[in-house]
Design a protein around this ligand. Sequence first.
Ligand code: OSB
Ligand code: MG
Length: 368
Amino acid sequence: MKLERVELVQVAIPLVTPFRTSFGTMTTKDTFLLHVVTDTAEGWSEFAADPEPLYCSEFVAGAEIVLRDFLVPRVAALRDLTAAAVGPATAKVKGHELAKATLETAVLDAELRTYGMPLSVFLGSVRDRVPAGVSVGIKDSVGELLDDVERYLAEGYVRIKLKIEPGWDIEPVRAVRRRFGDALPLQVDANTAYGLADAEHLRRLDEFGLLLIEEPLEEDNLHGHARLQRRIATPVCLDESLHGARDTAAAIAMDACRVVNVKPARVGGYLEARRIHDVARAHGVPVWCGGMLETGIGRAPNLALAALPGFTLPGDTSASGRYFAEDITEPFVLEDGHLPVPTGPGIGIEPLPDALRRFTRGRRELLG
Ligand code: OSB
Ligand code: MG
């Protein structure tokens, strides 16, 4: 293929309810879509991070510059463009995995559409639907949290993840266990809110039989996570700390994580995400698909990935209605606690023109 046009579509979509984590509160999905046109097909993708660099170092305005000035020119220069060629062509640009993932995914969508192949088939999926978990934000009270969890369970979600931070950890977990029982698949996510000095405090979570504790310590502290794992029984799962297959292999080797949250955006795209799946599976380490409150454009390819055989734990791939009253694509609807894996060519979905128009805040040509 040859890249002919790259258009950035800035969007802002209100969330149905504010989402609070240890790093901040989100009320709108404020990001951009990338629309690429090649000589054979078109493709879409979504930038996963936020306007502020609070979850990770990347952010919306910065990613636009990185794409415009450093990534798109390198990929536009390729004469035989494929998704697999995007990584090598942009490898000299340090970091910026989320920006790179956006470009690679749009190119991959176009490439697969050229051949009429669904992403799930390309990746090697073994399921046509995937179990859905839900990530529940920090609330003002335990009562409010219990109401939210009850509603999600009534909708059919098969696993609950509670966001935690110092001051909102033991008590909400205890309350959820007491109310919904020990059989409920339950896990927590700290988004780097603790230090190794909190090990004894985090050990108090052991009595609740959690599936895992996600990213308790600093992003750049694999060694600390390994030391923490020696002191707690709850399996440590890494999110922010892992940027590719190599550091995932290192983290597994040093017992810094016993479970892996795979977010394609965080690791540079679906090709690297599949490599991480392969590495973890070879070590018997379960993986699950994380989320970044994506619109349907980001959700569809995550569902394809979550259908690979090593994804043995339910992901944060929730239904569209958990995030948005109206999405920019056809919504993904929960059925019996599961979401369907898209079957159409490429990512299997595209923006609905009318909805996209109403949620669009700006359009910029990055090439063409
Ligand atoms: O740490 O997994 C995270 C949302 C935004 C940024 C980081 C995270 C999250 C979530 C929600 O936990 C996942 C989702 O439902 O998309
Ligand atoms: Mg996380």
